[in-house]
Structures are given as structure tokens and as C-alpha cells.
Ligand binder design. Structure first.
Ligand code: OFO
Length: 179
């Protein structure tokens, strides 16, 4: 059984993951409108991933005798002035999420809830991966600067990254963007 405090903090995380999914969805739509096919594909993918993170939490809360709450969400930002601004926002958002996961892990320790603590380890390593990925992408964008040719190559590059990560999470499938 979850303590009220753990249940409440897990539910806050449900909302954060849902908002992350919406933020990346809005980013994907912005990029698609700018003709950045690779970037938008990558962001649609990230949005889907955040939704699975949310669902995993919902299932866990309910299985442990709590009640997972689906709430209203804050509206995501829909306009960006550049790709750099977008990926800076994405990186900063991932740092924010990591901080919230760490806080949540702290609550489980205070409450001596070791099974929730154990469950959250997956989120801890996922955040580490996502932070690193966002940082790598941001570094590339900073290297490219205003070079249009570089941007074109980057858009293609990120499409390949999406295909490779999709293949890694679903080994039997053919990565469509490589066909
Ligand atoms: Fe939910 O994985 Fe990052 O934010």
C-alpha cells in the first residue's frame, strides 16, 4: 500500500510526464511546420515516449492500491524563434524532470517505501539517457550555428537517430525511415 505522501508525489509525476508529452508534441508540430522532417519525427517520438512514462506510473499507482489521477494540463509553448531555442528548452525541461524524479526518490526513502524506490530506478536511468541525448543534440546545433547546409544534414542525421533508437526498443521491426 502506498502512503498518501508517496501517492501524491507519484501523481504529481503523472502530470509532469503528461505535460512533457504535450510540450514535445507542440515542438514536433512547430518543426513539421518549418519543414524539418527529421526533427519533427524525433520529437513526435519523444512525445510518445513521455506518454508511456506517464502510463507506467498510472499502472503502478493503481496496482499498489492508490488512485492515479488524470488532471488538466498547462498549455505548452507553441512558438520558437529557432531550433537552438527549441532544443535549449528541451534540455532544460529534461533537467527539470530529473530534479523532480530525484525529489520523488527522496520521498520514497523518507517514507521507507523500498518497492516504489526500486520501481523509480528505471526513471533515474531513463532521465540520465535523455539528458545526455538532449545535451549531445544541443552541442551539435551550437556547432552548426546559422549554416543552412549544416542544418539540412543535421535534420537528416536526427532522422537516422530516431530510426536507430526505434529499432533498439523494438528489435524485430524494420526502421521505416531507413527503407
Ligand atoms: Fe519522461 O523521460 Fe524525460 O522527461
Amino acid at each position: 500500500m502506498l502512503s498518501k505522501k508517496v501517492e501524491h508525489t507519484l501523481n504529481e509525476q503523472v502530470r509532469i510526464e503528461a505535460e512533457s508529452s504535450q510540450i514535445y508534441l507542440a515542438m514536433a508540430s512547430w518543426a513539421e511546420n518549418k519543414g524539418l522532417a527529421g526533427v519533427s519525427e524525433f520529437l513526435y517520438d519523444q512525445s510518445d515516449e513521455e506518454r508511456t512514462h506517464m502510463l507506467k506510473l498510472i499502472k503502478f499507482i493503481n496496482e499498489r492500491g492508490g488512485h492515479a489521477i488524470v488532471t488538466e494540463l498547462n498549455s505548452p509553448k507553441t512558438e520558437y524563434t529557432s531550433l537552438k531555442e527549441l532544443f535549449e528548452a528541451l534540455y532544460n525541461h529534461e533537467l527539470f524532470v530529473s530534479e523532480r524524479i530525484n525529489n520523488l526518490v527522496g520521498v520514497t526513502l523518507d517514507e521507507k517505501d523500498y518497492s516504489t524506490h526500486n520501481f523509480l530506478q528505471w526513471y533515474v536511468s531513463e532521465q540520465l539517457e535523455e539528458e545526455n541525448l538532449a545535451k549531445t543534440i544541443l552541442d551539435k546545433i551550437n556547432l552548426i550555428g546559422d549554416d543552412k547546409g549544416g542544418l539540412y544534414l543535421f535534420d537528416n542525421d536526427i532522422k537516422q537517430m530516431t530510426a536507430v533508437s526505434a529499432a533498439a526498443s523494438n528489435p524485430g521491426a524494420t526502421p521505416t525511415s531507413l527503407i
